[in-house]
Design a protein around this ligand. Sequence first.
Ligand code: FES
Ligand SMILES: [Fe+2]
Length: 427
Amino acid sequence: MLRKEQSDLLTLTGPGTAMGAMFRRYWIPALLADELPENDCPPVRVRLLSEKLIAFRDTQGRYGLIDEFCAHRGVSLWFGRNEDCGLRCPYHGWKYDVTGQCVEIPSEPEKSGFRAMIKLRSYPLVARGGVLWTYMGPAEHRPALPEYEFATVPAAQSYMSKRLQYCNWLQAMEGGIDSSHVSWLHRDALRSDPLMTGSRGNQYNMGDAAPVFQVAEHAAGLFIGARRNAEDGRHYWRITPWCMPSFTMIAPRGNHAVHGHFWIPLDDGNCWAWSFDYHPTRALSEAELAAMREGKGIHAKTIPGTFIPVANRDNDYLMDREGQKAGRTYSGVAGIAMQDASLQESMGPIVDRTREHLLSTDNGIIMARQTLMRAVRALQDGEAPPGIDPATHRVRSAAVVLPAGVAFAEAAREALMVRPGVGHATV
Ligand code: FES
Ligand SMILES: [Fe+2]
């Protein structure tokens, strides 16, 4: 349970908020690289941390992320003409480069000096691992680029998708670090999803629906371990790293690709669910890629030309009551992504955390909230938050069977760090 002011502190990320200031100290995913597929392609509206922005790629391939609205009289530059190294407002022809600098005002003599004084707010936009990342914080605190493993492996080894989710980022992220719901909500996926089936771990997952949670700290955040019974008194551990502020990685299953998420606020009531899959040592197969594009695993099928899921709140997520009754799905909603999103959206845009009743399986969530609150307060006192240094991003999820009585973070220490050329620890 949180007090209202604690919940506000964690959930609100617009300009001028404490958590917003914290998000603005990290590189965050802004667009899929293929949303800006070529030079001078159409500009794209981007909503991030309650700011309305326009992304574009100029004639020389430079990326820009600038204020959506023209400095003249506020027209949306989504209507802009992307031409000759700049985005030109079609109303009266003012033109901006990728840094937001106004480079042309056709009606104004250049010698007046007026044009040079016009500059839109702008943020860097950098391609890495199939993602265009932005940094929206103070220039003097801009860190080196992120090094999450999915973004550093060869392109053939990873796949990224994103979808719009109609709820606050924290609610979505708390689902991502809550391994206990898998044995319930996603039990059909463990039996039938081509990106999940066939691992021994699935049997442990299904065989013990009362996991014990232990949480350990690392430099960028937490390792959240969910312990279930295996044979001979041993324990099956699913270990989820969470990196500040909103990166999570799901524990692997067999030799399947490994998946995870970023939960990035559009505004306070909506977030981007970024979903990646990658394999550290091999290319993804055609069959795997086809399944990911089809919305299997943690991905979702979206309405073409949008990032809105096909199954969404307007059609009750295509609820299948018969399938629910017959056990084809546990909740009646198909697919892991929308099973999660449907329930998280049902909680309202920002769930009332003063009314919840947490217990020990929520320990990961409780500790993540505490870590976030501590970091937000420290930042207000001028202390940089954890997880900014890219060296701290090189963590992995793991699924391991360990003897009883050991501390997972010690026993699986190597498995929880990126080891180039070595696969994930998985059963
Ligand atoms: S509003 Fe953009 S040029 Fe006038
Ligand atoms: Fe889930």
